[in-house]
Write a protein that binds this ligand. Structure first.
Ligand SMILES: Cc1cc2nc3c(=O)[nH]c(=O)nc-3n(C[C@H](O)[C@H](O)[C@H](O)COP(=O)(O)O)c2cc1C
Length: 178
């Protein structure tokens, strides 16, 4: 299976990347091809809402999204990787998700698999409630099949994340994919 991971953290080697890389290792060992796309440092402009694309068509903005669009539509699975920012996904990842606007129907038609990898400082039970609800709503709307979530509570720094059980969980999520 071809898997694309959209990494939405401004910290290139932070906690989000640690989980994304563990997931990649597990999935590659299971025979899958994984590409990590650093959407936080790519040239991705916010959707202007002009709807020139008609929700499916060329976007008037010429930036890195065209290349990422091709990679997503060539893949079988889409993984969202994000730090928790004010109880949602990072703006960097959300900016990319909003640009799905120009290839919305193509994603819906593909019935892709998906997963969510997230990290947060907090470790309360309710930490990921809003992000999880948002992700599940995207799964429903985009006709995705959720393959699992790794929600790293108490992962406020790279050191905390490295010593947490979530690295192994991310590896296992990748490794058990069929
Ligand atoms: C702008 C900002 C907002 C944050 N909001 C939350 C939050 O709502 N809840 C939480 O538990 N942690 C929050 N955090 C902490 C990060 O989610 C946490 O440190 C995470 O490990 C950062 O991942 P990274 O190393 O990939 O950047 C926030 C951090 C920043 C910089």
């Amino acid at each position: 299976m071809k898997i694309v991971v959209l990494e939405g953290s401004p910290n290139r080697n932070g906690s989000t990347h640690i989980l994304a890389d563990c997931f990649r290792q597990g999935a590659e060992e299971a025979g899958h091809t994984v590409e990590l796309i650093d959407v936080a440092h790519a040239d991705i402009h916010p959707c202007t809402g002009c709807i020139h694309c008609g929700y499916e068509g060329p976007c008037v903005q010429k930036d890195d999204v065209e290349g990422i669009r091709r990679k997503i539509l060539d893949a079988d699975m889409l993984v969202f990787a994000t730090p928790l920012y004010y109880y949602g996904m990072s703006a960097q990842l959300k900016t990319m998700v909003d640009r799905f606007c120009a290839f919305n129907s193509s994603i819906q038609r593909k019935h892709m698999k998906s997963a969510l990898l997230a990290v947060a400082w907090n470790s309360d039970d309710w930490t990921f409630g809003a992000l999880e609800a948002h992700y599940q709503t995207l799964v429903q709307y985009l006709n995705l099949t959720d393959m699992g979530m790794v929600l790293g509570k108490g992962c406020g720094s790279s050191a905390m994340t490295k010593h947490s059980p979530y690295t192994q969980r991310a590896y296992e999520l990748g490794n058990r994919l069929k």
